[in-house]
Write a new protein. Structure first.
Length: 258
């Protein structure tokens, strides 16, 4: 038994792509004021050091085939802790509303008459390519970018990947590494074979890695993928703006004259 806290509140906070310095000031203030924090697998644990001393920090993370709690259990725990302790921060990697199931949690919490607040975060879909020098849009190259899930709830690739492949848009695919071959086979039917792509893993962290190639060579890099690490796939002509890609192109030109 516990006495219901009249100050019950849940704040959804986007923790950003990984680097603890990329969380927003507003998100950081919410963490400092929290009475309890529920955090996901992709959250940098160093961010939790900003919580008040003694604040319960509960790991509820989800990774592929390794869910600490079900979504229903997370929803119920958010309500329970808010009623028991007061202000709960739900800390999610990236932005809570970009494939973060944030709206599902908000709907459940508000159905239990608990107030909510949403503090957006910097999505990895935007930040990680940018930090590698890859613009998602560039004049004369493309006019839009699509952010697409690489794995739907039934484990298949999204049908939007094929639709996006038929456009000139940059495709940013999250949660797609395990379906990488299926995705690339789908893309190559619509894009020219020299379309560059990048796989960026552990984005914004010291152990970040990037692999760049063209879609006709995608099979050559399958063995380099570390499926235990989070990563994104960026596909489109803008990937050629990456400094290493430009260096390789210059070398190819020079070699042609030797």
């Amino acid at each position: 038994m516990f006495i219901k806290n009249n100050n019950s509140k849940v704040t959804l906070v986007g923790a950003g792509p990984g680097d603890k310095n990329l969380i927003t000031l507003k998100g950081l203030k919410a963490i400092e004021q929290a009475d309890c924090i529920l955090y996901d697998a992709l959250v940098n644990p160093e961010i939790l050091e900003y919580a008040k001393k003694g604040t319960p920090c509960i790991y509820v993370g989800k990774r592929f085939n390794n869910h600490r709690l079900t979504q229903d259990e997370i929803n119920q725990l958010l309500v329970l802790k808010a009623q028991e302790l007061g202000h709960v921060v739900r800390l999610k990697g990236g932005d809570p509303f970009v494939f973060g199931r944030g709206s599902e949690e908000i709907n459940y919490i508000e159905s239990c008459n608990i107030s909510t607040e949403i503090i957006p975060g910097i999505s990895s879909s935007l930040a990680v390519p940018s930090m590698q020098g890859i613009p998602l849009t560039k004049r004369t190259i493309n006019e839009s970018f699509w952010v697409i899930t690489g794995t739907t709830s039934n484990g298949n690739i999204s049908k939007d990947i094929e639709l996006g492949a038929q456009s000139s848009a940059t495709l940013v695919i999250l949660m797609g590494l395990r379906n990488f071959s299926l995705i690339m086979e789908n893309i190559k039917t619509h894009r020219h074979k020299f379309t560059p792509f990048a796989i960026i893993q552990n984005g914004s962290l010291p152990n970040e890695t990037i692999v760049i190639d063209t879609i006709n060579n995608y099979k050559n890099i399958i063995e380099t993928i570390d499926y235990s690490s989070p990563g994104i796939i960026v596909i489109g002509d803008v990937v050629a703006e990456h400094p290493s890609y430009l260096d390789e192109e210059i070398q190819r030109v020079l070699n042609s004259y030797i």
